[in-house]
Design a binder for this molecule. Structure first.
Ligand SMILES: [Zn+2]
Length: 118
């Protein structure tokens, strides 16, 4: 087992569509630079129920203590307001922004350490 310090926190939320509790890992970095809480965290997951494949859109509202305040969960259907492609696109761009911000933080941390060591 690795003893590497994890930057992830494990959270649980109840999903009425799967009728079960899901586990997700959230990076602690996602609250960095945010001023408005709770903020929405969008995820998509697949559900197979009665041999029926479904995609589930989940929006978790996360507060500054990384607690899930509320959830919005809905099945993606063809008659939804957004198409699947749009939802996946939105989700992806959010994720990309998250990882971009994380990279920025890493970059700044590196620079800071370099300055400190001078
Ligand atoms: Zn589910």
């Amino acid at each position: 087992m690795s003893k590497k310090k994890s930057n992830l926190v494990t959270k649980h939320y109840m999903c009425p569509i799967c009728n079960s509790t899901h586990k997700i890992k959230i990076s602690k970095d996602i609250i960095n630079g945010r001023t408005n809480f709770p903020f929405p965290y969008v995820i998509l997951h697949n559900s197979i129920k009665n041999n029926e494949f479904k995609e589930v859109l989940t929006i978790l509202y996360i507060d500054k203590d990384l607690q899930i305040r509320s959830t919005e969960i809905q099945e993606l259907r063809d008659d939804n307001l957004f198409s699947k492609a749009q939802v996946v696109g939105m989700t992806q761009s959010l994720m990309e922004e998250n990882s971009r911000l994380r990279e920025d933080v890493e970059e700044l941390t590196k620079k800071l350490n370099k300055l400190k060591s001078k």
